[in-house]
Ligand binder design. Sequence first.
Ligand SMILES: [Zn+2]
Length: 121
Amino acid sequence: MHELGIMTGVIDSVKTAALDVGATRLLKVTLSVGEMTEAVDTALQFAFEALCDDDPFTKGAELEVNMIRPKSRCLECGAVYEHDRFSMFCPECDGFVTELIAGREMQIDSIEVDLPDDTEE
Ligand SMILES: [Zn+2]
């Protein structure tokens, strides 16, 4: 499953970042995911829960996914337009020489963690 691979990578980097700041538990992760990655929101949620469940550090954490519509720029006429995964032709001039400028992202927007109240060390 495509999403399981994506999520394994996401959780790895999130955990590293959380441990770096001394967090005791991961609470929430917010992701931006471009539709061109072909990742599916519900499958990402499913993979996230399955992976988080294995580890007390991440167990019960929440995932928020913002899906990003693909956007392209026409190299013939310069129009910038949103489209779906399958039709990328320019709506202005029917050009097909286009450049994808959004829709392939897979980025971690923010994470929320539990920090210990006291730092006794
Ligand atoms: Zn055009």
